[in-house]
Design a protein around this ligand. Structure first.
Ligand SMILES: [Ca+2]
Ligand SMILES: [Ca+2]
Length: 338
């Protein structure tokens, strides 16, 4: 009888150890705050309202309870210098550097299959009428090393965000460096910088000194009140509450999600991602079936046009399209390889 009581504490200890091991097995490990690679910021996971509800931007329709796990995110947009290291190591050619193939575009004349990309070209300031999107000019020879065509260069611009990056290019860089393109939820959660439901990444009032956007009347006249008519070196403006630079403006940033018209406002979603391309659809672009979400707006977003320099704001973009105002930053998830 006495022996039985003697064994009780050991039995209790055994159950406790078993319970602890079970917990380890079912609860996913979390990033420690100091485990992010250099140049990345630790984002403590949490729950937030994703999107915003306004009549003007129905595509932002909110979902009130979206949760994300902890992750690391680049403090700034990927720069020319960083992308150059990748190209040097791998010999990678971006989408803009490759001619369009005869197989994919059999009806195009040869001269229109030359390698190039879309370059922003403002209309004359005294122009009376400008067709929609006519400020985008297909430019042969434009790519990340020659942003405005073959005679332009990124010399001396190591610290500027790389541009003319198609989704596939961002994916290739991410794979090489062992990181991921963020989900839209991760990106937006990080962009809010802890200010839930604020209109901008810094609060509720627009400010021309907080990010590289466009002041004046787009596309005709840019007052440069923020100091930059075009791209700015990364980190030229104050970071948001989580220490992220240019999460508003400068260049748009790719996310992994396919674009849908608004978020599922009834769902409680944990680490959501729209990863099925057949679910992607933008009613503004009915002829394009595959569109990724881009976030953050760019130096071309003005109060009179676009105004998508808000964390909730979103735009759809064809994955094979890079331009003079699309770049990227990456996240590091537990599942990433190195
Ligand atoms: Ca500007
Ligand atoms: Ca940006």
């Amino acid at each position: 009888m006495q022996n039985k009581f003697f064994l009780l504490p050991f039995a209790f200890l055994f159950v406790c150890i078993l319970f602890f091991l079970l917990l380890l097995a079912i609860v996913p490990p979390a990033f420690a705050a100091n485990s992010c690679p250099e140049g990345m910021v630790f984002i403590n996971g949490g729950t937030f309202r994703m999107g915003a509800d306004s009549l003007k931007f129905p595509e932002e329709r909110s979902a009130p309870n979206v949760s994300v796990s902890s992750f690391c995110i680049d403090a700034h947009e990927i720069t020319n210098a960083e992308f150059a290291k990748f190209v040097k190591a791998t010999g990678y050619k971006t989408v803009a550097e490759l001619p369009l193939s005869k197989e994919d575009f059999p009806d195009l004349p040869d001269e229109q299959r030359l390698a190039g990309s879309l370059v922003f070209q403002p209309p004359k300031e005294d122009a009376q009428q400008v067709p929609f999107l006519s400020w985008w000019n297909w430019t042969v020879g434009a790519n990340w090393q020659h942003p405005f065509g073959k005679d332009s260069s990124i010399q001396g611009k190591d610290n500027y965000p790389v541009v003319h990056i198609a989704y596939k290019d961002a994916e290739a860089y991410a794979k090489w460096i062992g990181k991921s393109i963020s989900t839209e939820a991760q990106w937006e959660y990080a962009a809010r910088g802890g200010l839930d439901d604020a209109t901008y990444a810094w609060g509720d009032q627009y400010s021309e000194n907080k990010a590289n956007t466009w002041q004046g009347i787009f596309p005709f006249f840019n007052t440069k009140a923020d100091g930059y008519k075009g791209l700015a070196p990364v980190g030229s403006f104050p970071p948001n509450g989580y220490g992220l630079y240019d999460i508003t403006g400068n260049v748009w940033e790719w996310t992994a999600d396919f674009f849908q018209d608004g978020h599922d406002h009834q769902a409680h979603q944990y680490n959501p991602i729209v990863s099925d391309r057949t679910e992607g659809f933008d009613p503004k672009k009915p002829d394009e079936s595959v569109l990724h979400v881009i976030k953050g707006g760019s130096y071309l977003c003005a109060p009179n046009y676009c105004s998508r320099y808000r964390p909730a704001a979103r735009e759809s973009e064809s994955p094979d399209t890079g331009t003079t105002h699309i770049g990227f930053r990456l996240v590091k998830n537990l599942t990433d390889s190195n």
